[in-house]
Design a protein around this ligand. Structure first.
Ligand code: FUB
Length: 424
């Protein structure tokens, strides 16, 4: 859904448009259902261990193709039941070297900043690069700062930071897995540390993730059993971050409702070990429009992982999960937004704390908010306006703008109104 707020008279007014989307599906798995999201990378940052963060890719509704992945979302929770969607935190449009294919991502906290480590196709060469973007806050939005030097075909990056603060990058695609230590600024790898792990990881296909359990390094990954789809999640264990790794087994075998791909992360949060991954349960089997899954993970006394049987119950304790997103016009790219002829005012209270949008002084000035919902979803649109003179405006709502994904079938609703300020 795209919402345009357009000024059609000459006087100045200020506004903020909000879209609040509530979750309408009550099962715990998938636990985010208002948008399609995949490839979850879970983190608990040292500054606040009560919050769990998920950095995810996004599948465009109305499509069923990995080529139509254009951006990333961040989600947070403090109880695994109530989630906040922080919006679109980086998109292909924000990355000057990239053309498309916003595939899997990870995030890392380093030297007082949060970094998104992502992969996109480079415009010039068409190859996957491992991009890097930064923010002062975990929820973004993130600003592109380039790509990590020394990595070629850097699909599906994941970063592991060890207790001694050394950072390692893992990446993998099309049946291979590579790893290397990163330099302190994360902008390049140390070339002499680069290793190929493919042969140590039975049937590996892509998507590596490393976590540490009882002093050992666990590298989990999507595998293609005997070369056949769908993917299942395997893992291997090592004494050192760069291997050698010893294959241990399959921790998420095939399950009902899965997508062709799977891709996951393993994290400890409030004492529980959780495996995040994705399925095609909401899209009812459309393999390339995926939804986020969470399942409890348990270890055997010998450190091996008990295989998980993902189900709609997930990590539920019976409570209905919810996810809220406030898409505020003044949040710019986090709201998927565009502004023409208008600006963000910094000097007002409330809303996101970033101010509000003003400067609607020409006929076609507008501000736009993009709400990319998955299945039919209830949304509330709230528009707050303030003006110091008469004005009239249009609110344009395009539902199903991606029906046919090239936007050819847009049908818009127009709500026009006029407004007179009260004279004090
Ligand atoms: O989401 C796009 C791609 O599908 C990821 O990069 C792969 O790991 C697979 O999940």
């Amino acid at each position: 859904m795209k919402v345009n707020l357009k000024r059609i008279t000459k006087q100045l007014f200020s506004t903020a448009a909000f879209v609040l989307i509530g979750n309408v599906i009550f099962a715990q798995n998938p636990f985010i259902t208002h948008i399609y999201a995949a490839d979850p990378s879970a983190h608990v940052w040292p500054s606040d261990t009560s919050t769990l963060w998920l950095y995810t890719s996004h599948d465009t509704p109305g499509t069923n193709h990995h080529a139509t992945m254009f951006g990333y979302h961040v989600f947070s929770t403090t109880d695994l039941v109530n989630w906040t969607d922080h919006g679109r935190v980086l998109s292909v449009d924000d990355v000057n070297w990239a053309a498309d294919y916003a595939w899997a991502i990870d995030a890392v906290y380093r030297n007082g900043k949060y970094f998104l480590i992502f992969c996109m196709h480079e415009t010039e060469t068409g190859m996957f690069r491992t991009g890097i973007a930064s923010s002062d806050v975990p929820q973004g939005p993130f600003t592109n700062i380039g790509y990590i030097k020394g990595v070629e075909w850097g699909q599906d990056p994941a970063v592991f930071v060890d207790n001694d603060n050394r950072a390692y990058l893992y990446w993998g695609s099309g049946g291979s897995c590579m790893a290397a230590e990163l330099n302190d600024d994360l902008l390049s790898i140390k070339p002499e540390t680069k290793v190929e792990l493919t042969k140590q990881l039975f049937e590996v296909f892509e998507g590596p993730w490393v976590h540490k359990y009882q002093g050992k390094y666990y590298l989990s990954y999507p595998a293609l059993p005997k070369g056949n789809w769908p993917e299942e999640m395997y893992y291997a264990v090592s004494e050192k971050p760069l291997g050698p790794y010893i294959f241990k087994g399959n921790y998420i075998p095939k399950f009902e409702g899965q997508a062709g791909t799977n891709h996951g992360s393993i994290v400890q949060y409030k004492g529980k070990w959780i495996a995040f991954h994705h399925s095609a349960m909401v899209s009812k089997g459309k393999s390339e429009v995926r939804s986020l899954m969470a399942d409890c993970l348990t270890y055997n006394p010998d450190g091996t992982i008990k295989p998980i049987v993902p189900s709609p119950k997930g990590i539920s304790n019976g409570e209905k999960p919810t996810c809220k997103i406030w898409l505020e016009a003044e949040n710019g790219k986090a709201a998927g937004g565009k502004r023409v002829g208008t600006q963000i005012e910094q000097s007002t209270q409330g809303y996101s704390g970033k101010g509000y949008v003003s400067g609607f002084d020409k006929r076609y000035d507008f501000v736009q908010v993009l709400a990319q919902v998955g299945e039919d979803t209830k949304a509330n649109l709230k528009v707050r306006l303030r003006a110091d003179a008469d004005f009239a405006a249009d609110i344009l709502v395009w539902p199903n703008m991606l029906d046919g994904w090239n936007g050819t079938k847009m049908k818009k609703t127009i709500i026009s109104f006029a407004f007179k300020p009260i004279k004090m």
